[in-house]
Design a protein around this ligand. Structure first.
Ligand code: SAH
Length: 347
């Protein structure tokens, strides 16, 4: 690990100040910025439109930290799971999920996770640190390259559904999205980006205030406070009423419908009472429900509910005119499915 400052932690404005402080032309900052964010330079020597002197000055002052794909596993369904090594040797995972018409990147926002959902493999890891904006951005670039290489098309969608809780790394996640969507860097449409959160009301309000343009998904899993606290203990501090208020505020500000992610487990949230609670919750804010298949992490307490339980949910939601979709797992054979990201191969 280098003791020099990572140049990609600097904004364009910071870079400009650096150049003026050294009596150099400020427009050079923009050139450097393009090398770093558009052309993906790994070394200052690649920056051929700068003088040798300027390149040496940058070299003496800064490092360019980059992620490295340490290991790649490919599923029989086309899904690719990448173990991504960071500059300090910590590892996160990023997944490429192909369908007939799309390539989706599922990216991580933290090493480990700050939260404690009892059904999730990532939660069993200790949260080590937040990812920097460039570490999030690099995962997207790496998956875009894989999409070009293996599927001959660019990346089309991004979901923040890898390791970590994005709203517990708010500033860096937003800075990464800014880079991903900015014309000076990747230029992707924010409509194709979904941030998934376990539901942190204050942070959802903050997002709404900033009028962000990306989509929001919330891992709800239960609309009954008591049940939710059992499976997502942190929810004790973030009651469903505050979550609902924050989501209503989000809709008021952004006019964007929320997606609720929801797993149905046998004996946990499969009763008519659970179903009615979800219907009531959804009726209070424009939303749709995505029923996710459970991917076992080996705990017998959690078992995917049978088809008839899923159908009971679907019928009740549809009867209340709430849109409901069912998401089947991808990449299960390589532990790349939701909730299975835990650096298994590296332990
Ligand atoms: N912390 C954020 C981002 C992670 S997204 C969030 O909770 O939304 C990962 C998604 O997979 C979440 O909806 C999570 O609840 C779900 N999940 C976790 N463990 C799972 C498992 N074993 N099977 C299926 N889905 C799971």
């Amino acid at each position: 690990m280098s003791s020099k400052q990572d140049i990609r932690a600097l904004s364009l404005e910071d870079l400009k100040s650096f150049f003026t402080e050294h009596n150099l032309q400020a427009f050079r900052a923009k050139q450097v910025y393009q090398w770093l964010w558009q052309k993906g330079a790994h070394n200052f020597s690649e920056m051929t439109n700068l003088s040798k002197e300027v390149r040496s000055l940058l070299e003496e002052t800064f490092s360019i930290n980059h992620i490295a794909i340490d290991q790649q596993q490919r599923s029989t369904d086309g899904t690719i799971k990448n173990a991504v090594k960071l500059h300090d040797n910590l590892v996160v995972e990023s997944v490429l999920i192909p369908t007939a018409s799309r390539t989706t990147a599922c990216v991580s926002s933290q090493v480990g996770c700050s939260l404690d959902c009892t059904f999730c493999a990532t939660a069993q890891l200790k949260r080590m640190r937040n990812l920097n904006p460039d570490e999030i951005y690099d995962q997207v670039v790496a998956i875009d390259r894989q999409s070009q290489l293996y599927f001959h098309r660019p990346l089309s969608n991004i979901v923040f559904m890898g390791m970590g809780e994005p709203l517990m790394n708010y500033k860096n996640v937003l800075a990464a999205i800014e880079k991903i969507t900015s014309a000076d860097a990747l230029g992707m449409s924010p409509k194709r980006i979904t941030l998934s959160t376990s539901g942190i009301p204050k942070m959802i309000q903050k997002l709404a205030d900033e009028q962000v343009k990306f989509q929001l998904a919330v891992s709800l899993h239960s609309a009954r406070q008591q049940v939710r606290e059992q499976i997502m203990p942190f929810a004790e501090n973030f009651p469903l009423e505050s979550l609902l208020e924050a989501l209503q505020y989000w809709y008021q500000k952004t006019k964007k419908r929320i997606t609720f992610e929801y797993v149905i487990w046998k004996g946990v949230n499969d009763t008519p009472e659970d179903i009615q609670a979800l219907v009531r919750f959804c009726k209070q804010v424009p939303s749709k429900v995505n029923l996710i298949q459970y991917n076992s992490i080996g705990d017998p307490k959690f078992q995917q509910a049978p088809e008839h339980s899923i159908q009971a949910y679907v019928e009740a939601l549809e009867a209340a005119s709430i849109v409901v979709t069912i998401r089947r797992s991808r990449g299960e054979d390589i532990d790349a499915a939701c909730g299975q990201l835990a650096n298994k191969t590296l332990q």
